[in-house]
Design a protein around this ligand. Structure first.
Ligand code: GDP
Ligand code: MG
Length: 351
């Protein structure tokens, strides 16, 4: 029996004879759930952190990435850096921000001339390292980066550019932290070891999942919100408005009526940084707190989602998270596991 479940079963068990009976029931449930796992469906807007959640769950369950996967991440990291720098160069030009150092013009040309069909490897990435380092230090590029909420941009580019000397080495292999920051596309799916959880990033293979889920005992919905992107305007709707609309659609959908929802207000590290200077009221005039107080902004976000849950009787659990911070994630996930197990036990006691 998993530690989380054992802990929970103890809380639920009043005396010894009852305890033995319930313990047998739980064992039976686990046996059944080994064949029919609890499905954690992860949904959310683009770049909210779903894949990062998935990677963390995999890593904290001891499933390290193998050599082939690490090399794929290295390629993705080179690609993230090149694409990120190309966007900053283009936006700097569009915004008419001058370069601080005119010698960087040739570095911009070099980055823009990159052949996007070419898969980068350490030796082919080498020629760009100095250019990226020099551009990243240029106040013109930094100013474009400061205005990034106006265009599509992945926040992890900053992390990679700050680490460009390490990443630019010929023997570079990404560490777990680099892997967490890498942006990759595609859905993920795995069964977590030592738990009855199957985790699935929920996108285009929805139909397949619907079929699977409908024959499973339990599904839990993780809805992930990229909080720091509340001012992002490169989508059709404002990012937060779009996220709220998507959330409401899921809540309204009869398919998920009995499915517990856990909301993750993610990217707390970036939100904490943002509130120091940005004013959320500019985008959401209904905000009434202190825009530079993190707790006020968090409360506003929670209330905005609560108002959209459609059914007042629906209980929504929520957590503030920083998915790239393993320690933070691990603690949070332990408590989430307990919540999930509690919900499952509750369902069983209703059977
Ligand atoms: N700083 C920071 N970056 C994050 C956090 N969560 C995700 N990211 C980064 O945001 C980018 C998009 O995340 P990803 O998991 O790919 O989003 P998805 O599109 O929802 O799957 C990646 O580069 C992640 O490393 C977070 O809590 N803090
Ligand atoms: Mg993803």
């Amino acid at each position: 029996m998993s530690t989380a479940l054992r802990g929970l079963s103890q809380c639920f068990l009043p005396d010894r004879s009852d305890a033995r009976r319930r313990s047998r029931e739980i064992d039976a449930m686990l046996k059944r759930d080994r064949q029919i796992p609890v499905v954690i469906l992860m949904a959310g807007f683009n770049k909210s952190g779903k894949t990062t959640f998935f990677k963390q769950m995999r890593l904290i369950n001891g499933a390290e990435y193998n050599q082939r996967e690490v090399l794929e991440f290295r390629e993705a990291i080179y690609d993230n850096i090149m694409k990120g720098m190309r966007v900053l160069v283009e936006e700097r030009n569009k915004l008419g921000i001058p370069l601080q150092n005119s010698a960087n013009e040739r570095h911009e040309m070099l980055c823009s001339s990159h052949d996007w069909c070419m898969k980068l490897e350490p030796c082919t990435f080498q020629p760009y390292v100095e250019a990226i380092d020099s551009l990243w230090k240029d106040s013109g590029i930094q100013e474009a980066h400061r205005r990034r909420s106006n265009f599509k941009f992945y926040e992890s580019v900053k992390y990679f550019c700050d680490n460009i000397h390490r990443i630019g080495q010929l023997n570079y292999l990404p560490c777990n932290q680099d892997i967490l920051y890498a942006h990759t596309v595609g859905q993920q799916y795995c069964v977590l070891r030592d738990t009855p959880f199957m985790v699935a990033e929920f996108q285009s293979w929805r139909r397949h999942l619907f079929k699977t889920v409908s024959c499973l005992s339990s599904a839990v919905f993780f809805f992930i919100i990229g909080c720091s992107d509340y001012d992002q305007t490169d989508f059709e709707d404002n990012y937060l408005v779009g996220t709220l609309n998507t959330f409401e659609c899921f809540c309204k959908n009869g398919f998920f009526r009995n499915c517990p929802f856990i909301l993750f207000f993610n990217k707390m590290d970036l939100l904490a940084e943002k509130v120091q200077t940005a004013d959320i009221q500019k985008h959401f005039p209904e905000f009434q707190g202190d825009p530079h107080r993190l707790e006020d902004v968090q409360e506003f976000l929670v209330q905005s989602f609560e108002k959209r849950k459609w059914d007042d009787s629906r209980q929504i659990f929520y957590h503030m998270t920083t998915a790239v911070d393993t320690e933070n994630f691990q603690k949070m996930f332990e408590s989430v596991k307990d919540t999930i197990m509690g919900l499952i036990l509750k369902n069983i006691s209703l059977l």
